[in-house]
Design a protein around this ligand. Structure first.
Ligand SMILES: CC(=O)N[C@H]1[C@@H](OP(=O)(O)OP(=O)(O)OC[C@H]2O[C@@H](n3ccc(=O)[nH]c3=O)[C@H](O)[C@@H]2O)O[C@H](CO)[C@@H](O)[C@@H]1O
Ligand SMILES: C=C(OP(=O)(O)O)C(=O)O
Length: 429
C-alpha cells in the first residue's frame, strides 16, 4: 500500500491552486439523476471519492465523459464531467459500492423523486461517529415516501410521486438538507425546509438545481422553500472551491511559516477559520482570486475553538487546527460538537510527541512541544491530513500509512506541497 514520507523543517513558499470541493462535487453529480438531459460539471477534483461515485452512477446506467488536464500539465487543474441519466436501468445501490463513503447514500433522493423507488445500502464514510440516517429518512417520509430499513438497505417507495411538505430538522444536517432539496425539486407542490444547513455546498447544489429548472429560494439560510416542478433539464455548473482544502493549506503554512498564495478560492467560504488563524498570529490577506497566507517568524498563539455548523468553525478543519496547536505557545481547548468520535487523530499526533488530553467533547492541547517524526496512520480523511501538517514541522522522518484516506479528499497533495518547498513524497508499494 502507498505511504507518504515527509522530512520536516522546510517552510512553505509559493502558490497552491485550490481544487473544486469534494463535498460539493458529490451531491452535484448525484443531482444529474434528476433529469434525462446532460449535466455538465466543471472544476471537478480528481479524487477517489469522485471515481467511487462514478462507479455507482454507471451501475444505475448513467453515462459519463471526463475531460480535462492534470495538475502540472497547464494552469487548469479541474476536470469536466458530463453525466447523462437518460437511460437509467436500475435504482439499486449495493453495499460494496455505497459503503466506501457517506455521500453515495444521497442517491436515494433523486432516484425516488424521478423513478418512484430506490433501494440503497446504508452508507459508510469517515469513522467519526455513529452517523445515522434517521433524519434523511424522516425528510423523505415528510414528502410522502414509504421507507423501510431491511437487511442493511433503505428501501423507499413513492409510486405516485412525492408531495411537498414541511421538513423541520431537529439538528442541522448537511446530508439531510441535500436529500430534502433534491427530493423536493420534483415533488408536487411546495416544500419548506426549516433549520436547513447553510453550508456553501448546499447553496452550490441549490444554484445548480435552479439552473436545471428547479424553483428553490432561501438556500444558504436556515429556511428554504422549494416549489416542485414536473421535470428538470440539463445545465452546466462549476463546482465551488474547496474550503476545507483551502483551510488545510492555510494551517500548513501557519505551521511551517512562509508565504503562500492559495489560488482560485474565496475567503468568505471559511471566514470563521481564517479569523481564528489570524488570532494565532498568521497573516491572512484576501487577494483577487485567492488568499495569501504568511507567517514569517514569531510564535504561534494558542486559540480555543468550538466546531459548529456553517458559518462557525468547520468540524472538517478541527484535526488540522489541532495539529497547528501542538506547536502553539500555551494551551488551547478544542471542542468538537458535530461528531461524537472525531478525536481519532489524537493518539497518532501523540506518537509524534504532541501533548493532548481528552475530556469529554474537548481536547486540551499543550503547545510548544517538540514533534519528532514517526510512523503514523489515521482512520479518516481530515485526521490523515492533520498528520501531514504535523509531519511538515516534525524533526526527522514521518511516514503516513493508509494514504487512501488522503486520496479520497486531497487532489495532488504531494505535488502541491512539494512545489512550495516541502520535503514530501509518495512511496508506492
Ligand atoms: C460528504 C459530505 O459532505 N460530508 C460532510 C457532511 O457530512 P454529513 O452530511 O454526513 O453530516 P451531517 O451534517 O448530516 O451530520 C451532522 C450531525 O447530524 C447527525 N445526523 C445526521 C443525519 C441524520 O440522519 N441523523 C443524525 O443524527 C450526525 O451524526 C452528526 O452528528 O457534513 C459534515 C458536517 O459538516 C462534514 O463533516 C462532512 O465532511
Ligand atoms: C467526513 C468527511 O467525508 P464523509 O462525509 O464522506 O465521511 C469529510 O469530507 O471530511
Amino acid at each position: 500500500m502507498d505511504r507518504i514520507v515527509i522530512r520536516g523543517g522546510a517552510p512553505l513558499n509559493g502558490v497552491i491552486p485550490i481544487s473544486g470541493a469534494k463535498n460539493a462535487a458529490l451531491p452535484l453529480m448525484i443531482a444529474s439523476l434528476l433529469t434525462s438531459e446532460t449535466l455538465e460539471l466543471t472544476n471537478v477534483p480528481r479524487l477517489a471519492d469522485i471515481s467511487s461515485l462514478l462507479r455507482i452512477m454507471s451501475n444505475f446506467g448513467v453515462d459519463h465523459t471526463i475531460a480535462g488536464k492534470r495538475l502540472g500539465e497547464n494552469t487548469e487543474s479541474g476536470q469536466t464531467i458530463r453525466l447523462n441519466a437518460g437511460n437509467v436501468v436500475d435504482t439499486f445501490a449495493p453495499y460494496e459500492l455505497v459503503s466506501t463513503m457517506r455521500a453515495s447514500f444521497w442517491v436515494i433522493a433523486p432516484l425516488l423523486a424521478r423513478f418512484g423507488e430506490a433501494r440503497v445500502s446504508m452508507p459508510g464514510g469517515c469513522a467519526i461517529g455513529t452517523r445515522p440516517v434517521d433524519l434523511l429518512i424522516m425528510a423523505l417520509e415528510k414528502l410522502g415516501a414509504d421507507v423501510e430499513v431491511d437487511g442493511g438497505y433503505v428501501v423507499a417507495k413513492a409510486p405516485n410521486g412525492l408531495t411537498g411538505g414541511t421538513i423541520h430538522f431537529p439538528k442541522v444536517t448537511v446530508g439531510g438538507t441535500h436529500v430534502a432539496l433534491m427530493a423536493a425539486t420534483l415533488a408536487k407542490g411546495t416544500t419548506i425546509i426549516d433549520n436547513a444547513a447553510c453550508e456553501p455546498e448546499v447553496t452550490d447544489l441549490a444554484d445548480c438545481l435552479n439552473k436545471m429548472g428547479a424553483r428553490i429560494k432561501g438556500a444558504g439560510t436556515p429556511h428554504i422553500e422549494i416549489e416542485g416542478v414536473p421535470s428538470l433539464h440539463g445545465a452546466s455548473h462549476p463546482v465551488l472551491p474547496d474550503r476545507i482544502e483551502t483551510g488545510t493549506y492555510a494551517m500548513a503554512v501557519a505551521m511551517t511559516g512562509g508565504d503562500v498564495l492559495l489560488q482560485d478560492t474565496r475567503a468568505d467560504l471559511l471566514q470563521s477559520a481564517l479569523d481564528v488563524l489570524a488570532r494565532t498570529g498568521t497573516e491572512v490577506i484576501p487577494v483577487e482570486n485567492g488568499i495569501r497566507i504568511r507567517r514569517e517568524g514569531g510564535q504561534i498563539e494558542a486559540v480555543n475553538i468550538t466546531t459548529e455548523p456553517f458559518p462557525g468553525f468547520p468540524t472538517d478543519l478541527q484535526a488540522q487546527f489541532m495539529a497547528l496547536m501542538t506547536k502553539a505557545k500555551g494551551s488551547s481547548t478544542i471542542r468538537e460538537t458535530i461528531f461524537e468520535n472525531r478525536f481519532m487523530h489524537v493518539q497518532e499526533l501523540a506518537r509524534l510527541g504532541a501533548q493532548i488530553r481528552l475530556d469529554g467533547d474537548c481536547a486540551i492541547v499543550d503547545g510548544a512541544g517538540v514533534l519528532k517524526g514517526a510512523p503514523v496512520m489515521a482512520t479518516d480523511l481530515r485526521a490523515s491530513v492533520s498528520l501531514v501538517i504535523a509531519g511538515l514541522v516534525a524533526e526527522g522522518e514521518t511516514t503516513i500509512n493508509r494514504v487512501y484516506h488522503l486520496d479520497r479528499g486531497f487532489e495532488a497533495l504531494e505535488a502541491k506541497l512539494s512545489r512550495c518547498g516541502a520535503n514530501i513524497e509518495r512511496v508506492r508499494g
